[in-house]
Design a protein around this ligand. Structure first.
Ligand code: DP6
Length: 350
């Protein structure tokens, strides 16, 4: 296990201080999570695998307020409302039930990733909230327990508890709810000597029309391609783990690209169809094909939005970023490497 993973939690604030601050980064799935078998418990149909990024941190502070009658939530200094607020308050209710406390909380979140644009803002967001809230309410959870808890906020957050590469186990499908809940968590996995980068082309940073939650529900309920994709995704995961162990970037990239395109095929065949790819996404996908024709190993993966993430060797990242930048006119391009898992920090975020 790397140092990144073992030093994940280094508490500087302890429960009893009535507050805690945590930082977490988003992750990008190379084997996708798409579809829940249990919406209440956030249990997925398939296991997934991701790389946590070293950019776009979310910092969340949770402070208990014994006097307050409701939770107060701010996003980048602005009070949260509607669905956003409801999701966070619902998550805090779960933490309170487990802690046997009724105190309301003041939650302050600072996010550096464009929200709701398929850049996994909820992954870093709920991983940071899980670590900060668990600590503030005095829950004594190990990283596996934190991963299970983060899952209840957003499925992809399960994996951001860990740094580097992580696999999220779908868990035991036939088990009763309590057992199924325990069986579904993420854990870090080795990735040989792979020295990867993800070049992220943000072609549109605005919020999407259909949330990933609604889109995956519609896909599971209506797409004739969902079951075949889920079956092939299970095989992709087995092959991906072997490719990572061999540090075989071409195999990792090929498997990730086909898994992602397959996921998009399930959405396109949902009724009505969900289409996240835009003309700009397709232009970037074409530039990735051209890079490969030019002998540069580069492979694309896309999530619930038009933005494209390109996996390549770290040594090729600048060249890949240049090609993608030329294709994604008007967009922005970021280079990410493997980053750390969720961790406690002091109030200043250090
Ligand atoms: C396409 O984790 O955002 O990014 O569990 O409903 O909050 P909820 O969904 P979310 O879905 C992410 C889906 C994905 C693929 C992935 O990250 O594995």
């Amino acid at each position: 296990m790397s140092e990144q993973q073992t030093t994940m939690l280094r508490p500087r604030e302890r429960p009893g201080a009535n507050g805690a601050t945590a930082v977490a980064q988003p992750n990008i799935a190379l084997i996708k999570y798409w579809g829940k078998r249990d919406e209440r418990l956030f249990l997925p149909w398939t296991s997934s695998l991701s790389m946590t990024l070293d950019i776009f941190p979310t910092t969340t502070r949770v402070r208990l307020d014994a006097e307050a009658t409701d939770d107060a939530v701010t996003f980048n200094g602005t009070p949260a409302s509607g669905e956003e607020r409801r999701r966070i308050a619902g998550f805090l209710d779960l933490v309170r039930r487990r802690a046997g406390l009724t105190h309301r909380a003041v939650v302050d979140t600072r996010n550096t990733v464009p929200t709701g644009a398929g850049l996994a803002s909820s992954a870093g967001g709920f991983a940071a909230l899980a670590v900060a809230a668990a600590t503030a309410y005095g829950l004594d959870l190990d990283p596996t327990g934190l991963s299970r808890l983060a899952r209840r906020g957003s499925g992809s957050a399960t994996r951001s508890i860990f740094g580097g590469f992580a696999v999220w186990h779908a868990g035991t499908p036939t088990a009763p709810p309590a057992e199924a809940d325990l069986s579904s968590y993420a854990e870090p996995i080795p990735a040989g000597d792979l020295d990867p980068a993800l070049v992220i082309a943000v072609v549109n940073a605005g919020p999407k029309d259909v949330s990933s939650r609604a889109a995956m529900r519609r896909t599971v309920e209506t797409s004739p391609l969902f079951e075949p994709w889920a079956a092939s995704s299970r095989d992709d995961l087995t092959e991906m783990r072997q490719a990572l162990l061999r540090a075989d970037l071409d195999a990792v990239g090929e498997i990730a690209e086909r898994n992602s395109l397959g996921m998009h095929a399930t959405m396109l065949s949902a009724r009505p169809a969900v289409r996240y790819l835009s003309p700009a996404s397709v232009t970037v996908l074409d530039s990735v094909l051209q890079l490969r024709r030019d002998g540069v190993p580069a492979y694309a993966t896309m999530d619930a939005g038009p933005n494209v993430k390109v996996l390549c060797r770290r040594t090729d990242a600048e060249r890949v970023a240049g090609a993608v930048r030329a294709a994604a006119t008007g967009g922005t391009v970021h280079i990410a490497g493997p980053g750390p898992g969720a961790r406690l920090v002091d109030e200043d975020g250090r």
